[in-house]
Design a protein around this ligand. Structure first.
Ligand code: PGA
Length: 231
C-alpha cells in the first residue's frame, strides 16, 4: 500500500489561499500514486470538495459536533459534513488541550461520523488513551472503518520547531497499536513530519502514512512530500 498523506492545516489560511493551494496541489500530484486528504477549516470545505472531481485528492474536516442537528449554536454536525467532506480528524491533542475534549466526547464524535458515512481519522496520543478508546463500544466495533494516527503530543511542532519521534520508536508504537486492536487497521504517524525526515519513517514497515501539520501549509513542500513517497 502506498502511504496516505493527511494534511492538517489547523487554523490557517484565507479562503483565497486555500483555493489557490488546492488547485496547484492537484496539478502537482496529478501523477502521484500516494493518496492525499486535505483537512481544512470548515469554511473552505464546500469549495475544496467541489475540486475533488477534477483532482486526485480528498477533503476532510478537523472536528465535528458530538450532537445531531438541533439547538447547538455554533456547532457543525456530521450530517452537515455529508457531501462536503469524506473524512474528519477527531480527538487531536490540541482539542483535548484547548477545547476540553475527552475520551467520551471523542467516542461520540466517532459514532456520529460513522453513522453519516464519514471516515474518522482518530488521533491517539499514547497507548493508554488507545485502551480508553477501545473500551468504547462505538470505537471498538468499527475499528476497520477508522483511520488511526499515532501522534505523541510531544512530537507535534506546534507550528514552530520540528522535533519528531525517532522513526524506529514510532514504528514500534504503531505496531503495538495494531496488535492491541487485533485487526489489520490503517495507522498513520503524526508529529513534525517534513521533507528532511520523511525517508526515515518511510523505511519503517508498520507506518501506513502521515498526518502532517506545519509541513502541509506550503503547497510545494506538501506536494514534494507526497511525491517522494509515491516513488
Ligand atoms: P506538525 O503537526 O506536523 O506540525 O507537528 C501535526 C499535527 O498536529 O497533526
Amino acid at each position: 500500500m502506498k502511504p496516505l498523506f493527511v494534511a492538517n492545516w489547523k487554523a490557517n489560511k484565507t479562503v483565497k489561499e486555500a483555493v489557490d493551494f488546492a488547485q496547484k496541489f492537484g496539478q502537482e500530484i496529478a501523477n502521484s500514486s500516494s493518496a492525499a486528504i486535505l483537512c481544512v477549516p470548515f469554511p473552505y470545505l464546500y469549495t475544496l470538495f467541489e475540486l475533488t472531481d477534477e483532482y486526485n485528492f480528498k477533503v476532510g474536516a478537523q472536528n465535528v459536533s458530538r450532537y445531531d442537528n438541533g439547538a447547538y449554536t455554533g456547532e457543525v454536525t456530521a450530517q452537515m459534513l455529508q457531501g462536503i467532506a469524506s473524512h474528519c480528524i477527531v480527538g487531536h491533542s490540541e482539542r483535548w488541550k484547548f477545547f476540553g475534549e475527552n475520551a467520551q466526547t471523542v467516542a461520540q464524535k466517532v459514532e456520529k461520523l460513522l453513522s453519516n458515512g464519514i471516515t474518522p481519522i482518530l488521533c491517539v496520543s499514547d497507548q493508554r488513551q488507545l485502551e480508553t478508546y477501545l473500551s468504547s463500544e462505538a470505537i471498538a466495533k468499527s475499528v476497520e472503518k477508522i483511520i488511526f494516527v499515532h501522534e505523541p503530543p510531544g512530537a507535534i511542532s506546534g507550528g514552530k520547531d520540528y522535533h519528531p519521534q525517532e522513526p524506529e520508536r514510532a514504528n514500534e508504537e504503531v505496531k503495538t497499536i495494531k496488535e492491541k486492536i487485533g485487526q489489520d487497521v490503517v495507522v498513520l504517524y503524526g508529529g513534525s513530519v517534513n521533507s528532511e525526515n520523511i525517508t526515515g519513517f518511510l523505511e519503517q514497515g508498520q507506518i501506513n502514512g502521515f498526518l502532517v501539520g506545519q509541513a502541509s501549509l506550503s503547497v510545494d513542500g506538501f506536494a514534494a512530500l507526497v511525491s517522494t513517497a509515491s516513488r
